[in-house]
Design a protein around this ligand. Structure first.
Ligand code: NAD
Length: 495
């Protein structure tokens, strides 16, 4: 069993410090235990980050960028090991975990260009002989709190940007799969980030609360479920911090009558069942427009869902792995029970799946519901599992109305061959990230990621230009130089 510790320079955990068990979701066996810190650990972590701030922030942006270049190189060389660490505790397949590492690494690539992003603005002659310039300066110690579903990518959305901007960073990873996060932080240290400039404190609510109320933490980035995001936003801002808190989702994919149904069905398979549906950008609701489209879509989806290959991450043929914990498996299965009770038509039932040799793993087969209606809990709430709901809409306007009225607004997509429908869709939906014939429209690292409505609290998106704005504050200087030596030498004794 692995002991997973904090990464706080000079801090020795007290004997008998509490731990949280970590499981291998494919076997159901406990594989490790992670220390569960509280106020003392957070105080030590913030003190280390505060001590590291003056020297790290005084480095030129170019020197911090060089550290990011080395980090990018180390992430590439260790991508396979990071992906294995992710899969061992999260359960996702190896290619999916490699994809996660790649998307995180792309943020590091963006951070390599930080001198360009920190350049500032200059205006000559804002008044007679008066000039003005603006720069963006680091905030100080900032913190990140991250979810289980991307233990490498989501931390990489945060700390490379924060560090490149000159901040020091305290990271509180998910207690469910902490090993991959420790590994990417150790690689950052190897690349040249001082140990105190990037520290990790493990734990749950007590550690989060200590961060949210610590006077020396200037800003908090959070990614996780909506109730906790809202709590983090309210508590952090009440304590004077800048907070960005990204929450849950219910992403709809609209399928127009003119769409290529096979293409739409294939897109829904990857977007609905990839990573066992444990993605904030997963499509969990398909909205075919018109009965004929709906019938064709169900006919295309049903054999595909039945044919899903489910297995441990070590099985190269697996399309998806287990759910993350026994509790999460019970919760997702409970939603399938609720959907049946509420009158939805369960076309494919993934409950009760047992894999030979992995009987205690947290596996659930792909599940497909038809004729789901907006009043059902399986429609209103985020399930976060391999369960796709089909809601039949009679018209484009009805389909867009569903999206507009839903409490979440993270991502959405439309599949169509008609430019006019696509354009109207883009203009009318109140959602942050939109795909046109792209099912999972996660913005690339040089754009920024962020949902609308109750999928995100705070005014900044994460990474990209929005990340730079979040992790820096503006300083604007207005200067005038009175006439001096240029007016000529004075030979009289000054009086
Ligand atoms: P979660 O909210 O349970 O946990 C997220 C973090 O908050 C963890 O570090 C956890 O330790 C901490 N936490 C948990 N309970 C807490 C409490 N009561 N008080 C204070 N802190 C607490 O989320 P999760 O289950 O790890 O992740 C899945 C969720 O994250 C889904 O809702 C998913 O949609 C969301 N998510 C959103 C995005 C996005 O970009 N919008 C990305 C990934 C995941």
């Amino acid at each position: 069993m692995t002991q997973i510790g904090h990464l706080i320079p000079g801090f020795v955990p007290p004997a008998g410090a509490p731990v949280t068990p970590v499981y291998n979701p494919a076997t159901g066996e406990q594989s490790g235990a992670v220390l569960s810190g509280g106020k003392a650990e957070v105080d030590a972590a913030v003190a280390a980050a505060a001590a590291a701030f003056p020297a790290w922030s005084a480095l030129t942006p170019l020197k911090r960028a060089r550290v990011m270049f080395r980090y990018k190189d180390l992430l590439e060389k260790n991508a396979d090991a990071i992906a294995r660490a992710i899969s061992a505790e999260h359960g996702k397949t190896h290619p999916d975990a490699l994809g996660e590492v790649q998307r995180g690494l792309e943020v590091v690539e963006f951070a390599c260009g930080i001198p360009q992003m920190l350049k500032g603005e200059f205006s000559r002659d804002v008044g007679p002989d008066i000039d003005s310039f603006s720069t963006r300066e680091a905030l100080g110690v900032v913190a990140g709190i991250t979810p289980f579903n991307f233990p490498a990518m989501v931390p990489l959305w945060m700390f490379p940007m924060a560090l490149a901007c000159g901040n020091t960073f305290v990271l509180k990873p998910s207690e469910r799969d902490p090993s991959a996060t420790n590994l990417i932080v150790q690689l950052a240290h190897e690349a040249g980030v001082p140990d105190g400039a990037l520290v990790v404190v493990h734990g749950g609510k007590p550690a989060v609360d200590a961060l949210l109320t610590h006077p020396d933490v200037m800003a908090v980035s959070f990614v996780g479920s909506t109730p906790i995001a809202e709590y983090v936003y309210a508590t952090g801002t009440a304590h004077g911090k800048r907070v960005q808190a990204l929450g849950g989702a219910k992403n709809h994919m609209l399928v127009m009558p003119d769409a290529d149904i096979d293409q739409a069905a294939d897109a829904l398979m990857g977007a609905g069942y990839g990573s066992a549906g444990e993605r904030c950008m997963a499509v969990s609701v398909a909205v075919p427009v018109g009965e004929k489209t709906a019938d064709a879509l169900i006919e295309a989806l049903t054999p595909r869902v039945r044919a899903l290959k489910i297995g441990p991450s070590t099985d190269p043929a697996a399309d998806m792995g287990p759910l993350v914990t026994a509790q999460h498996l019970a919760k997702v299965s409970g939603y399938i029970d609720a959907g049946v009770r509420e009158g939805a038509e369960l076309v494919v039932d993934g409950r009760g799946l047992k894999l030979q040799g992995y009987e205690n793993g947290y596996f659930l087969g792909g599940s497909l519901f038809d004729r789901v209606t907006p009043d059902m809990s399986i429609y209103r709430e985020e399930i976060f599992g391999p369960v796709l709901s089909v809601v039949r809409a009679a018209s484009f306007d009805e389909a867009v109305g569903l999206i507009r009225r839903h409490e979440y607004g993270n991502g959405t997509a439309i599949f169509t061959r008609d430019g006019d429908s696509a354009r109207a869709f883009v203009n009318q939906v109140n959602v942050g990230m939109i795909g046109v014939n792209v099912p999972i429209p996660v913005p690339v690292a040089y754009h920024s990621f962020g949902g609308w409505k109750r999928s995100s609290f705070g005014s900044h998106g994460i990474y990209g230009p929005e990340g730079v704005h979040f992790y820096t504050r503006l300083k604007t200087v207005t200067s005038r130089w009175p006439t001096g030596i240029r007016a000529g030498a004075s030979f009289a004794f000054p009086t």
